[in-house]
Design a protein around this ligand. Structure first.
Ligand code: NAI
Length: 666
């Protein structure tokens, strides 16, 4: 029951609130207005989003206002993410955007219940949103509570996140940044794979650009249909989407998801990313016969005609955005390497499946060096036995080889550090390698360096002879690393490096449990699939898992900021060395070799700065010497500050009209 005193209190509270409104209006827009509905209509004392519950209307009003005012003060005074550009402190609306409802329907400008009163007046939306004001943190809390309700599936979360992105982009990215560890597997693998399978049916609003075989000859002109300037493009032909095979135009889900991780992980400006699909058809019969499939319903174009389409795309990108980074994603194995080789020096680009994966494995090796209390250059003391000479195995071997050379070995000495086996056993100089077969060129120098041993030796014998410090698997053979093999590794080394990299878990060469059992938990373990940490007689063996997410955002950001037109092996190596540098002492002691995904922004800062420094050292800077000067003046720390200040951080900035639009005055 509401007493007369309560009414009076409410009235006083309301009058005080009204004064606050006036006060707000006289101050710059940076001060958020307050919500007029501060008087709790039902007299409820339920705390809203964890704030202490006010007991009277007056208290409610005062508390709310001071919180709101405090929030705004913090925005400018205490934020850790300082921006280099003054315009980053405001959201400048596009000159074409009208006042009123258009603002709310535009996901870039929409803040839902997060508009200040001053903004509502300025943007002509007063009355078009509910009266109460909520901060972005409160909005996130509400959505997070909904997403994490019991029984909600990965697909529910994926759909909810898509819907959020469609209506309020800032909030979408803020949620992603704040809960990156939990949401990266939703936005990207594994849930995005599920979404890609049914992408035509899930299609709601267009995102990114489709370049189909029917558009050949028009790619150049089509690029101009995209309004914004672009700095990062992810492109796929959907021919090998995750482990799901050919998904044709549904590959768009992968390009979109990956770029969301660029934004969240490295603060790439959302307006400057462009997800792309090259739709050259699909060989997936299910899609070809699906009446709702939205891609070209035809068989894949292959051979030279396919390569010409890729060439036309790259040329069109270069014409429109010459400095943009192109990331090749999920191209089938037979095309991935030829495309990379063809365009690596032609456009700023890299292939995450090939290079990103190799960098993350190498980062794990550097992490293992740190766990053993050694410097990265101790990599030259390691001996590697690698099971699997397919594209994954050879990609990893080549890249570790380059790192050994980088740290001072001659190419020949570096080849001799490897013992590579395939299904026939050890590969040596006496193996007949067939000319023209895929991967043979990469394998040959490794094979030729092993002229001391008989071809085809089994793994057990190779271990006895090589006495390796590291055992790597990319063979797809489950259980290949037997208890006997793992125990021997444990006897040969205090901390053997054991990396069963084959995916999925059912193909892993060994489990974490097996590695821990055979080595009394002393192994430095990292797998391609997720395993739980294992405790053995008081010792916990961390089950590390490599993830390309540690690499690509920072690598992309660094190469753009330094203005390089090429991503060299040296830059990739710098990225790998930088990743374990974010590990703290506790993590290193536990033999964790990768950082936490939750720290991805810190990882990306380190990776980007290291990549930039390496590019400068190699003479690849294209910013008029600015970055080199910065390094010589402020050191690597100064460079890291610069990188951090360049990162987009999703928060509500006061929205203003473009000065040229003439719509700014009320
Ligand atoms: P692939 O089929 O091209 O190559 C497999 C290789 O393993 C072949 O050289 C084969 O002769 C060899 N092999 C088979 N049985 C063997 C045995 N008993 N002993 C030694 N070698 C044996 O496969 P691909 O594409 O190279 O991928 C291999 C695995 O690596 C896959 O499971 C893939 O998921 C995984 N992978 C893992 C990555 C990671 O970072 N975790 C990155 C990329 C791939």
């Amino acid at each position: 029951m509401c007493t007369r005193t309560d009414v009076m209190r409410n009235l006083r509270g309301f009058l005080k609130s009204a004064l606050v409104v006036r006060e707000c209006r006289t101050r710059p827009d940076s001060l958020i207005g307050f919500a007029p509905a501060l008087i709790n209509p039902r007299g409820s004392t339920t705390p809203a989003f964890g704030f202490p519950a006010p007991t009277t209307a007056r208290e409610y009003a005062t508390t709310r206002y001071s919180e709101v005012a405090q929030k705004e003060t913090n925005y400018f005074a205490d934020r850790t993410h300082t921006c280099r550009f003054a315009e980053n402190d405001v959201m400048i609306m596009h000159a074409d955007t009208n006042r009123g409802i258009e603002v709310l329907l535009n996901p870039i400008y929409n803040k839902g219940t997060g508009f200040s009163l001053a903004e509502k007046e300025r943007l002509g939306i007063r009355g078009l949103t509910p009266p109460r004001y909520f901060t972005i943190e409160q909005q996130c809390e509400k959505i997070w509570a909904n997403l994490t309700e019991k029984g909600k599936t990965g697909m529910f979360r994926w759909r909810s996140m898509q819907a959020l992105q469609d209506r309020n982009e800032t909030l979408f990215y803020r949620l992603l940044v704040d809960h990156i560890e939990e949401l990266a597997p939703v936005i990207y693998t594994p849930t995005v794979g599920e979404a890609c399978l049914q992408y035509s049916r899930l299609f709601r609003r267009p995102r990114g650009m489709y370049f189909s075989a029917d558009d050949v000859g028009h790619f150049n002109a089509m690029m101009y249909n995209w309004k914004n300037d672009v700095s990062v493009i992810v492109v796929t032909d959907g021919s090998r989407v995750l482990g799901l095979g050919d998904l044709g135009a549904h590959g768009m889900g992968i390009s979109v998801g990956k770029l969301d991780l660029y934004v969240a992980g490295a603060g790439i400006e959302p307006s400057s990313v462009l997800p792309c699909v090259l739709d050259v058809g699909t060989d997936n019969e299910e899609l070809l016969t699906d009446p709702y499939y939205f891609g070209l319903p035809q068989k894949r174009i292959k051979g030279d005609a396919f390569m010409n389409i890729v060439d036309e795309f790259i040329q069109a990108v270069k014409n429109r955005w010459p400095k943009a980074l192109v990331q090749f994603e999920d191209f089938s194995t037979d095309h991935a390497m030829p495309i990379l080789k063809r365009h690596r020096e032609n456009v700023l680009c890299f292939n995450d499946d090939i290079q990103g994966t190799a960098v993350v494995v190498l980062a794990g090796i550097y992490g293992a060096m740190a766990a053993m209390g050694k410097s990265p250059s101790a990599i030259i003391e390691q001996t590697f036995v690698l099971c699997g000479a397919g594209s994954a195995g050879m990609g990893i071997a080549n890249f570790i080889h380059a790192a050994l050379v980088h740290h001072g070995l001659s190419p020949q000495q570096a080849f001799e550090r490897f013992y590579i086996l395939d299904k026939h056993g050890l590969i040596t100089s006496s193996r007949e390698l067939k000319e023209g077969e895929a991967g043979v060129d990469d394998l040959r120098p490794f094979a030729e360096s092993r002229l001391d041993l008989p071809d085809g030796l089994k793994l057990k014998e190779v271990i006895e002879i090589a006495k390796p410090t590291a055992l790597l698997g990319a063979s797809t053979v489950n259980g290949l690393f037997t208890h006997e093999i793992l125990s021997r590794m444990g006897k040969l080394n205090n901390n053997p490096i054991i990396m069963p990299l084959s995916n999925p878990t059912s193909r892993a060469e060994c489990t974490a449990e097996a590695a821990a059992n055979a080595t009394e938990g002393r192994a430095i373990f990292s797998a391609g699939s997720p395993f739980d940490d294992v405790s053995k007689s008081g010792v916990t063996m961390v089950a590390n898992q490599g993830n390309n997410f540690y690499v690509f955002p920072g690598l992309g950001l660094g190469s753009i900021l330094v203005g390089s037109d090429y991503i060299s092996d040296g830059m990739l190596n710098a990225a790998a060395e930088a990743i374990p540098k974010t590990l703290n002492d506790g993590a290193i002691q536990r033999r964790a070799i990768y950082p936490r995904i939750a720290d991805i922004r810190d990882v990306s800062v380190k990776v980007a700065a290291a990549v930039m420094k390496q590019a400068v050292d190699e003479g690849r800077e294209n910013r008029g010497g600015k970055i080199a000067h910065m390094i010589s003046r402020d050191g690597l720390e100064g460079l890291e500050r610069y990188v951090r200040s360049s990162m987009y951080y999703p928060e509500y900035r006061p929205t203003v009209f473009s000065p040229g639009s003439g719509r700014g005055t009320l």
